[in-house]
Design a protein around this ligand. Structure first.
Ligand SMILES: Nc1nc2c(c(=O)[nH]1)N[C@H]1C(S)=C(S)[C@@H](COP(=O)(O)O)O[C@H]1N2
Ligand SMILES: [Mo]
Length: 225
């Protein structure tokens, strides 16, 4: 009888181990690539579940913006050595990065996504940055703007995304570019970006100028200055 109990616990352990391995906890990258819905939208990235685009909200100040890919240009100017105007194709030609990042709106909703795009460091490498610059402003097609500290953008290798869950950003998600401002509240995640200005003083964007905190750290104060 004693002997039987010992054997049976060995069998239980073996079965449990098999179940863990078979359940996909191993994060096989090839299996992960196939986790997409019919339209090719990724549903899982780095073992983490993604919020479907259809379940993400858009409460932008002027509703969706529709930008023509053929005439679009991203202008980078201000305290840079070489101002540039980059076409959509030029932006896509730079080396790309992909990351899992959560967007948290200050109002309490949020979503998890796979973002793919070009880092600002890649673009700043092209333009050069004046050594006394401190701040970067993002201007958008709907008149929205926001800013972030240059050091935050450089140190965290922040990207401008042109894909969301492997899909080219739809118009209501910010086509052609949304800033993926990791660890900052959603109001720093500029959509429909048309210009980037580098300056050397603080700047208050659309929501910041009516009282939202200019640091916008997720978990930090929404209004306090
Ligand atoms: N151009 C533009 N960008 C914007 C906004 C906006 O109104 N206009 N709203 C911001 C806010 S408050 C949030 S929470 C996020 C929401 O991003 P999403 O609509 O892509 O989910 O976009 C940010 N970027
Ligand atoms: Mo927001």
């Amino acid at each position: 009888m004693v002997q039987f109990r010992q054997y049976s616990s060995l069998i239980y352990c073996t079965v449990a181990l098999f179940l863990v391995l078979a359940s996909g906890c191993t994060g096989d990258p090839q299996q992960e690539q196939q986790e997409a819905n019919n339209s090719g939208e990724a549903t899982v990235f780095e073992g983490k579940e993604l919020t479907p685009i259809s379940e993400q909200r858009n409460n932008a100040i002027q509703g969706s913006q529709y930008i023509d890919q053929d005439t679009y240009e991203l202008r980078i100017y201000g305290m840079v050595d070489n101002p540039v105007n980059l076409s959509y194709d030029q932006l896509l030609a730079y080396p790309s990065v992909s990351r899992f990042v959560r967007l948290d709106c200050v109002e309490g909703w949020g979503f998890d996504a796979k973002w793919t795009g070009v880092t600002l460091n890649t673009l700043f490498n092209e333009t050069g940055i004046n050594s006394s610059a401190t701040t970067v402003i993002f201007y958008c097609a709907d008149g929205y703007s926001t800013s972030l500290e240059l050091a935050y953008l450089v140190d965290n290798d922040i990207m401008l995304a042109y894909k969301l869950n492997d899909i080219t950003l739809p118009a209501d998600r910010g086509f052609p570019l949304q800033l993926v401002a990791e660890d900052k509240y959603g109001y720093k995640w500029a959509k429909w970006i048309t210009a980037i200005e580098v300056i050397n003083e603080p700047y208050e964007g659309y929501w910041e100028s009516v009282g939202y905190n200019n640091n916008a750290d997720v978990g930090g104060p929404a209004f306090e200055r």
